[in-house]
Ligand binder design. Structure first.
Ligand code: GUN
Length: 333
């Protein structure tokens, strides 16, 4: 039997419709959610992602700034740009497209973004909150995968989810999100990677298999459990002389063969990709709502009533840092 296709583009459209209502309510309060997307360099895939993010903002009527800097931009210049976006009240979300050119320290850049505007969910404060199940910003692709599973009737609760790939952007956070003691999670999670021995014996255990390896069509039918739900995060451009453009996009899963064994599967393109973008929009709207104190208990208004931990910074003396963290530990509601 052929698998049902989980169409990310349709689920994303559903979420966009929900967002339109929230955005209209914010606009009535005089708030237009704003997103700044920063691209350094000329990587064609990154250029295309950044364009799609700008278009998504436009479609929803969000304020959007796409800031493009040349590949030889210095780290200091980029950090100053982030400082100015942190201070800009029109901007509720900041995304710096990764990867960055080699001479720029990615971690330093992520650390500089105000955690309250970190709609990518990559700042260590938000990564920590995700891990302990506190509200922050969830990273877009992993959160999108969770939404896809739940909205397509494949709630991960009680299921064995096997994730292949341990990147900070997808593999590790999707494992952390699905293992939470929460609605739409409660899964048993195995995280496999490039050093996993006998990968096929592990992937065959997955009721849900998430492929996030970045290797074209690596997951073959004999690596998949009969009736599994397969989420393909891969987006690999491969040469194809028979295609109009001379190339085509494939995922990390051998779609044609795996769909005969799975009960449900995401396509590439039109699967996880559109979910990533809509979850970015959702985080931007969430950030704007919090700035207006619209989300009780989660917003900056609520946050400002409790002592806040310092943003991780190398110039904070260790003693002060550990004292602050103690205070923080005892004041989390
Ligand atoms: N590069 C690939 N995926 C992402 C993402 O989700 N966010 C950012 N900032 N860069 C990326």
């Amino acid at each position: 039997m052929s698998a049902s296709i989980i169409k990310g583009s349709e689920i994303a459209e559903q979420i966009r419709e929900e967002l339109r209502t929230e955005i209209a309510a914010l606009k009535e309060k005089g708030i237009t959610p704003g997103l700044a997307v920063v691209l350094v360099g000329e990587d064609p895939a990154s250029q295309s992602y950044v364009r799609m993010k700008g278009k998504a903002c436009e479609d929803l009527g969000l304020f959007s700034q796409t800031i493009i800097r040349p590949a030889d931009t210095s780290e200091d210049e980029l950090l100053s740009l982030i400082d100015s976006l942190n201070a800009d009240p029109r901007i509720h979300g900041i995304l710096v497209q990764l990867p960055l050119p080699k001479h720029i320290d990615e971690n330093k850049v992520i650390l500089r973004i105000d955690p309250d505007k970190d709609v990518d969910g990559f700042h260590p404060i938000n990564v920590g909150k995700m891990l302990i199940g506190e509200p922050g910003f969830l990273p877009c692709t992993p959160h999108g995968i969770q939404e896809m599973l739940v909205r397509s009737g494949n709630d991960p609760e009680g299921k064995h989810v096997v994730v292949v790939g341990r990147s900070n952007i997808v593999g590790k956070p999707v494992a952390a999100i699905l293992v939470q003691k929460k609605k739409g999670a409660n899964a048993t999670v195995t995280l496999a990677h490039s050093r996993t021995k006998d990968l096929a014996s592990i992937t065959r255990m997955g009721d849900i298999l998430v492929a996030a390896i970045g290797s074209p069509e690596l997951i073959k039918a004999d690596m998949v459990k009969e009736g599994a739900v397969v989420i393909d995060v891969g987006s690999n451009r491969i040469e194809d002389p028979s295609a109009k453009k001379g190339y085509r996009w494939v995922g990390d899963v051998d779609f044609e063969n795996v769909k005969e064994k799975a009960s449900a599967i995401t396509p590439v393109p039109g699967g996880v990709g559109p979910m990533t973008i809509v979850m970015l929009m959702k985080n931007t709207v969430l950030s704007a709502s919090r700035s207006a104190g619209v989300t009780p208990g989660q917003g900056r208004a609520a946050a400002s009533k409790r002592p806040r931990p310092p943003v991780l910074a190398s110039n904070v003396p260790r003693a002060v840092w550990s004292m602050s963290m103690k205070t923080f530990k005892h004041t989390i509601p």
